[in-house]
Design a protein around this ligand. Structure first.
Ligand code: HEC
Length: 149
């Protein structure tokens, strides 16, 4: 029993300690002209869905709820942001070549159809990022029309 209490105390100290290690904040003041939503003139519902469900990891601007400031959640998210942005950064959309845009649009549709995105480790705590069937079909319809151009 005594060693159990000591372990708990050690865990608590570690937990408090790691809160002081800083993480990089993925935040910039303004939305760039190259942004996916702006370039493609997305209607409001599409804009909201992307911003709520994708932009935290796939843009230069993450909105952090309080629990995303708590370690180790903040590290996990930081990691996802780095990987996510490397694959697809909606803030830099218009800097992509036409070929890259096309392939990313296809990839967005397939990730959404297969329920791969948003990541489930994210939607566990970020419930409002879950996509309803209606949101999925709205996005897929809208993107399919973009791809026609
Ligand atoms: C919690 C962070 C996170 C969220 C939220 C998120 N993604 Fe991702 N996304 C990633 C990471 C990390 C990768 C790269 C690793 C992988 O594929 O699992 C990725 C990969 C992708 C890829 C693959 C890119 C390629 O070139 O094949 C697409 C497309 C994508 N995400 C679209 C989306 C869309 C659309 C949403 C919103 C509906 C979304 N993601 C939400 C983290 C996230």
């Amino acid at each position: 029993m005594k060693s159990f209490k000591i372990s708990l105390l050690v865990l608590l100290i570690v937990f408090v300690g790691i809160q002081f290690i800083p993480t990089k904040r993925n935040q910039s003041e303004n939305v760039p002209k190259t942004d996916f939503i702006i370039v493609n003139n997305a209607p409001k519902n599409i804009k909201n869905t992307f911003q709520t469900s994708c932009y935290d990891c796939h843009s230069n601007n993450t909105s952090y709820p309080w629990y995303n400031k708590v370690q180790p959640v903040a590290w996990l998210l930081e990691n996802h942001i780095e990987e996510g942005k490397a694959e697809l950064n909606f803030s830099e959309w218009d800097n992509y070549s036409d070929r890259r845009k096309k392939s990313k649009l296809k990839s967005i549709i397939s990730q959404i159809e297969d329920n791969e995105m948003p990541l489930s480790s994210y939607t566990i705590i970020h419930k409002n990022a879950n996509l309803s069937n209606q949101q999925k079909s709205e996005i897929i319809d809208w993107i399919s029309k973009l791809d026609m151009k």
